[in-house]
Design a protein around this ligand. Structure first.
Ligand code: ADP
Ligand code: ASP
Ligand code: MG
Length: 484
């Protein structure tokens, strides 16, 4: 059994969904479970609708809702190819009506709590599986819709809920295993889940990857496939550095660190359930699908426990750095002790404030009387500053970027830091940190300097990497193995 997750761009319109059908058909002998994101851009639109409702912008909210409805019904009409009033139209209308009621409620109460925000964002991943299931069924595949909220159980941390793995495993065995055993193809929305009492939650933005891994882990899948719009994990964010190229193989540790430090192609927590059960994860491009099982020599990125090829075989990677991750929209907080508290109490007080605000710290450096922190949760800054100001002087600077080089080959390799900072000559580096695991070196710079910094590092660390990856052969449609 395998789990296949298709991201927003992989299901953005009818043509993309038809492509998904081809890929799933190719994998049918491997008994796939299909997890899908909302159609590209829909979650952002739902966020916007929430804001409009809160501001009682009735007309704009109505237009936004109509656009969402129009888009889903247009995709449905194309996929249904003229079939009169398919039951899916009713299902979508039911969901859209529910969404409208929710927006009305937000307007009436002028309140959008994290809990109702999760309910609002759930609609994207509740509508897309309806469309994908229909397309699979019309293509002759025995696809069955499953409500993720009945399978993935989480805690009550709305907007960033954490899965309850034992309960989820029990539910996956109950709701999914029998379908897979009966050769059906379950189709679920990613990103969404529910508390044990059934209140809808979400796993954090980009969380559909995490859903796939949670389900793969729960059922002991042979493989988890993350289908997206790039050729795999790349050596850098392609939006920042055009030199970025595909990484054929990378370890769990490297990929997890890269995701944590901004490689958006994987949700931060994606690799945890896979690592726990040692399940290989693939990142693949749905626009360049190749029939047959994936092969890192030709396409995608294979993520496993081992970073390098088996002994005696050619290393798939020449350099010691696997990936240069980066995060924009970072804020720097400098917290200087007023010496009201002793050094150890000062640290404790700072961390307590961050815990109360549930604010993750991206990077930290300390001295006796001051602590500098890089954070990306910008919405928490005003509250943090208020609370920290009770016992410290706080300075805040925005428009920073964080860069992190990740690679297991950096461990025990002398001179890495020197090579990094000589490549960055002339760039103003504000904070430096090396993780205890020695598989990363990170630093904070001005946001404007990001493209040039990443390009220089890329030239320095990937210039002599072997191009031992054969170019992908052209996609051979119809050559799929085991088609039904
Ligand atoms: P999906 O909708 O399929 O989940 P995402 O937009 O969440 O896709 O993630 C894919 C995007 O992540 C890519 O289009 C790319 O711009 C961005 N990205 C950032 N860093 C990396 C990286 N190191 N490797 C690959 N993609 C990356
Ligand atoms: N649709 C959700 C988001 O945009 C989840 C995902 O795509 O993974 O954040
Ligand atoms: Mg994503």
């Amino acid at each position: 059994m395998i789990v296949m997750k298709f991201g927003g761009t992989s299901v953005e319109n009818a043509a993309a969904i038809e492509r998904v059908c081809g890929i799933v058909r190719d994998r049918r002998p491997e008994r796939p479970i299909v997890v899908v994101s909302a159609l590209a851009g829909v979650t952002d639109q739902l966020v916007r609708l929430g804001r409009l409702a809160l501001a009682r912008e009735t007309e704009a909210c109505k237009r936004g809702w109509e656009a969402l409805r129009g888009r889903h019904l247009a995709v449905l009409a194309e996929l249904a190819a003229g079939a009169p009033a398919p039951p899916e139209a009713q299902a979508l209308d039911g969901l859209l009506e529910e969404l409208r009621q929710l927006l009305r409620g937000v307007m009436a109460l002028r309140e959008l709590t994290p809990r109702s925000h999760d309910a609002l964002l759930s609609f994207g991943e509740r509508m897309s599986p309806v469309l994908v299931r229909l397309a699979l069924a019309r293509g002759g595949l025995p696809a069955v819709l499953v409500d993720s909220r009945q399978v993935i159980a989480t805690d009550e941390r709305f907007t960033e809920a954490k899965p309850l793995l034992a309960e989820t495993q029990r539910r996956a065995e109950e709701h999914l295993r029998p379908l897979v055993d009966a050769a059906s193809i379950p189709v679920l929305g990613g990103f969404i889940a529910a508390t044990v009492r059934g209140v809808p939650t979400t796993l954090g933005r980009g969380g559909s990857d995490f859903s796939a891994s949670i389900l793969g882990g729960a059922l002991g899948a042979e493989r988890i496939e993350i289908w997206t719009d790039v050729d795999g994990m790349l050596t850098a964010d392609p939006r920042v550095c055009p030199l970025a190229r595909r990484i054929p193989r990378i370890s769990f540790v490297e990929a997890a660190e890269s995701a944590y430090y901004g490689a958006k192609v994987l949700h931060q927590a994606t690799l945890q359930p896979a690592m726990l059960k040692n399940i290989p994860v693939w990142v693949l491009n749905s626009r360049r699908w190749l029939p047959g099982p994936p092969d890192p020599r030709h396409s995608g990125t294979l993520i496993t426990a081992r970073p390098l090829a088996p002994r005696g075989k050619a290393s798939p990677r020449a350099g010691m750095v696997a990936c240069i991750s980066s995060k924009r929209r970072i804020a720097l907080l400098d917290i200087v002790s007023t010496r009201m508290l002793q050094a150890h109490a000062f640290m404790k007080a700072i961390f307590e404030v961050f815990a109360v605000h549930q604010c993750p710290i991206d990077m930290i450096s300390t001295s006796e009387v001051s602590v500098s922190l890089a954070i990306s949760a910008l919405d928490r800054v005003p509250g943090l500053v208020d609370d920290l100001s009770r016992f410290a002087e706080v300075r805040y600077e925005g428009r920073k970027a964080l860069v992190c080089l990740v690679g297991e080959g950096m461990r025990n390799t002398p001179g890495v830091a020197a090579a990094v900072f000589s490549a960055l000559d002339g760039v103003n580096v504000r904070m430096i940190s090396q993780g205890a695991s020695e598989v990363n070196i990170g630093f904070v710079i001005e946001d404007d300097d990001l493209p040039v910094a990443v390009e220089r590092l890329h030239r320095r660390f990937f210039a002599d990497a072997r191009t031992d990856v054969a170019p992908a052969p052209p996609r051979a449609l119809g050559a799929a193995t085991g088609a039904p």
